[in-house]
Design a protein around this ligand. Structure first.
Ligand code: VGL
Ligand code: ZN
Length: 206
């Protein structure tokens, strides 16, 4: 059992990111039972949930003539365009049926502002608008953040980088995560995490 200064952040294990979903991450379903098991070794668990309004700025369908997985420039920087996914209140946005973490203490939703995406659990994609998670973790006395889930090269990566920025020891458990890997995004994410001092481990080393 990890101590009370550690938290496990379970990222976006939602129907739309599993095979058959709107933005399926290859083999995403494989991690669900493994995440359930590892979560039992953490006193503190937080779940994140991608939670967009219809017509969200990250949807290719919002930009006439654009296709999913193209990149465009928005006022806050480059934005990959996605198929419509995780629309608030839909079955696709629901946490995966098989996810079984009854002791999770908080579910933090993100991406709910129509004009700003939010991969990270800490800051929206403008890198300025906080979700409130930093204050929550500081007040709880958390020192170490473990991150798992979907997708390794987007939301897990951005969450891990922001955790480092705030001074948390940060550990990504790679075998409990899966990547989208579009346009070399997985290799880029790994390089960013390594440069930022994010530790990457497999769950057997926990
Ligand atoms: C995510 C793309 C769009 C993720 C969320 O959870 O990694 N990726 N929205
Ligand atoms: Zn999203």
């Amino acid at each position: 059992m990890t101590d009370s200064t550690s938290v496990l952040i379970v990222t976006d294990i939602q129907n739309d990111f599993l095979p058959g979903g709107a933005l399926a991450v290859a083999n995403g379903h494989e991690i669900v039972p493994l995440v359930n098991t590892i979560a039992r070794r953490f006193k503190n668990v937080i779940i994140t949930q991608d939670w967009h309004p219809a017509g969200h700025i990250s949807f290719a369908s919002t930009h006439p003539g654009r296709a999913p997985f193209e990149e465009i420039d928005l006022r806050y920087g480059p934005q990959v365009l996605w198929p419509d996914h995780c629309i608030q209140g839909t079955t696709g946005a629901a946490l995966a049926d098989g996810l079984d973490i009854p002791h999770a203490q908080m579910i933090i939703r993100k991406g709910y502002h129509a004009h700003t995406d939010s991969y990270s659990a800490f800051f929206e994609a403008d890198r300025k608008t906080p979700t409130g998670l930093t204050g929550y973790l500081f007040e709880r006395g958390i020192e170490t953040v473990y991150a798992v889930g979907l997708a390794l090269d987007f939301c897990v990566n951005w969450t891990a980088l922001d955790a480092r920025t705030h001074g948390f020891e940060t550990v990504v458990i790679e075998d409990l995560s899966r990547a989208i890997d579009t346009n070399n995004s997985l290799a880029a994410a790994i390089a960013q995490m390594d440069a930022a001092g994010v530790r990457r481990i497999t769950s057997t080393r926990l």
